[in-house]
Ligand binder design. Structure first.
Ligand SMILES: Nc1ncnc2c1ncn2[C@@H]1O[C@H](COP(=O)(O)OP(=O)(O)OP(=O)(O)O)[C@@H](O)[C@H]1O
Ligand SMILES: [Mg+2]
Length: 376
């Protein structure tokens, strides 16, 4: 038994994870991949690398299934316990943003094929690339991904990915999908496709019945939200002082400090999100990155807070579009948040969305936009 299988067994024995046959099968597949990757990296000294220009490939893995089935959790365990140096784990969306930026640069200053140049740069540092939440919903990504992946595989990079869709459903109904089909064929040929699609949505279980919307703001609401945060992230509450933070890239070199960010869950104050000048693109960056967002300190907004109310509307639109789970503390239920002022009419839509975002049907949806559009 290697480290991944041992670690998984430990978590089951310790009661942190519940036994799950589909997860056990995925662990076996990933465990085998760990062995192959580690053996290969150990074998290949610098002479072998020098002589062998086209390295042989190690088959990767593609984990797919409905939300909360443990895909990211297993990928993280696999990644943490994998004993090779050259590995990289990225959120797929962030990776594609980097790729587009690198392509733009390559087009400006290079001759030849920019995709080949970018693939070479990426491949230089890595043997294993782990992608969380692979989703293709715009034609710009669909057009480059196939060639980029083939090039990465040719460089000997092994890919592990998680997705809510099986490969055959990626970019479903997308524009010019026929150009995308070779990518699906490549994934199916080069990866073990593993379904993690059991009956239990563990994230949902962890949300429990604690409630998503806490009224009013105050110590009881804070305690309830904090309890949910620790349950969602598996972080020990005793170590509250050291919850990681992050700086989220917003584009154009700007960043947004996220005071608590862990395992796709972020905590913000209403003040930081809606009290400062921000626009839709900032909120979309948040919505794409986090599957659950906790907003604390939502006040009742008077007419003088029309700017805050307008930003709040934009924020909720973005979270809703990306099916982000929203948890909040507020001084009123949604319909009492903005009783009067400019844009009150539009606010009705937000109230309705907020109510829908608490429904079972909404909570069962996966993270991410399902809109397949020509652009993004
Ligand atoms: N067997 C299990 N027993 C208990 N909790 C589990 C189990 N598997 C996963 N979890 C927990 O369920 C939550 C959701 O898991 P995870 O984030 O890996 O889901 P996912 O499949 O990646 O979902 P999504 O498609 O939304 O990204 C995590 O907190 C994880 O630790
Ligand atoms: Mg996930």
């Amino acid at each position: 038994m290697t480290r991944l299988a041992a670690r998984y067994a430990e978590l089951i024995d310790g009661g942190e994870l519940r036994p799950d046959p589909q997860q056990a099968a995925a662990v076996a597949a990933l465990d085998d991949l760990q062995d192959r990757l580690e053996a290969r990296c150990a074998d290949r000294g610098w002479i072998a690398r020098l002589l062998d220009r086209k390295p042989d490939r190690t088959r990767g893995a593609y984990l797919w299934g409905a939300v909360g089935r443990g895909k990211s959790m297993l990928m993280d365990l696999f990644y943490e316990t994998l004993k090779i140096e050259r590995k990289r784990r990225v959120h797929f969306h962030a990776f594609m943003i980097d790729v587009h930026a690198a392509l733009k640069k390559a087009r400006q200053c290079e001759q030849g094929d920019p995709i080949a140049t970018v693939a070479q740069t990426i491949a230089k540092g890595v043997r294993l690339l782990a992608f969380d939440e692979m989703v293709i919903n715009n034609s710009a990504d669909a057009m480059i991904i196939s060639r980029l992946f083939t090039a990465l595989l040719d460089h000997g990079v092994t890919v592990v990915a998680t997705s809510n869709r099986p490969p055959r459903d990626l970019y479903k109904d997308g524009l010019n999908r026929e150009h995308f089909l070779p990518f699906i064929a490549t994934i199916e040929a080069e990866n073990d496709v593993v379904a993690l699609n059991g009956p239990t949505d563990y994230r949902r279980d962890r949300l429990g019945d604690a409630g998503l919307w806490h009224v009013p703001n105050g110590p009881a609401a804070t305690a309830a939200l904090s309890e949910t945060f620790f349950r969602l992230t598996d972080y020990p509450p005793s170590d509250q002082a050291h919850v990681p933070s992050c700086d989220l890239a917003l584009g154009g070199g700007r960043t947004l400090h996220v005071p608590k960010a862990l395992k796709g869950v972020a905590v913000f104050s209403f003040k930081r999100l809606c009290g400062e000048p921000r626009g839709a693109s900032d909120y979309l960056a948040i919505a794409r990155t986090f599957h659950a967002v906790i907003v604390v300190g939502i006040p009742v907004m008077g007419p003088e807070m029309r700017n805050e109310a307008a930003r709040f509307v934009t924020l909720i639109d973005a979270l809703y579009e990306y099916r982000v789970k929203l948890l909040a503390s507020a001084d009123a239920e949604p319909d009492g948040l903005y009783p009067a002022g400019d844009g009150r009419f539009e606010f009705d839509r937000t109230v309705s969305r907020l109510l829908e975002m608490r429904s079972d049907a909404y909570l069962d949806l996966g993270h991410g936009s399902d809109a397949t559009t020509a652009g993004d």
